[in-house]
Design a protein around this ligand. Structure first.
Ligand code: 5GP
Ligand code: ZN
Length: 149
């Protein structure tokens, strides 16, 4: 798990430079709010990143409109990936913060074609804490949602 996020300021990070055309990229699609381009490190062939055009570090920093636009672009890209590469599966991945697995601090979503035995493994230490604990977690979250503007 990477423990480092590129600390470049807004406008100077690698994806801002890519949006500005200052560094080369294999661009797949662009619109007012988003840009989709091939990940330089292809986990499987057809691996695309969908990013906001504006610099925003994480999911917590994008506007609702940007969040919706990124997912809409990702769906269009997924349809193109399906038609062009015909993978039997697709995984979307979006990392926030170094501990969350983020290495580039500019919001983006991975669209990854999946194949049997493609070498991708998620370790997911699943636990069932019980109904009472789940109700407590839900209560904490409902309180926060009620407090949102
Ligand atoms: P993260 O680890 O933050 O979720 O994903 C960052 C991704 O950006 C990595 O998969 C990495 O391969 C990709 N990446 C890093 N630098 C560049 C670059 O200069 N160009 C492109 N196209 N992708 C990059
Ligand atoms: Zn940026």
């Amino acid at each position: 798990m990477p423990m480092f996020v590129d600390p470049s300021p807004p406008g100077q990070c690698i994806f801002c430079r890519l949006v500005a055309g200052e560094i080369p990229a294999a661009i797949v699609a662009q619109d007012e709010l988003t840009i989709a381009f091939m990940d330089i490190g292809q986990v499987t062939p057809g691996h695309v990143l969908v990013a906001t055009r504006r610099h925003a570090a994480t999911l917590l920093d994008v506007t609702p409109q940007e969040a919706a636009a990124v997912l809409q672009t990702a769906q269009r890209v997924a349809q193109a990936v399906q038609a062009a590469f015909d993978p039997p599966g697709l995984t979307l991945l979006q990392a926030n913060g170094a501990v969350g697995g983020q290495t580039v601090g500019h919001f983006h979503l991975h669209v990854v074609p999946r194949h049997a035995d493609d070498g991708i493994h998620f370790t997911w230490p699943r636990q069932e804490p019980g109904a009472q604990v789940l109700q407590g977690y839900a209560e904490r979250l409902r309180a926060q949602l009620c407090a949102q503007p």
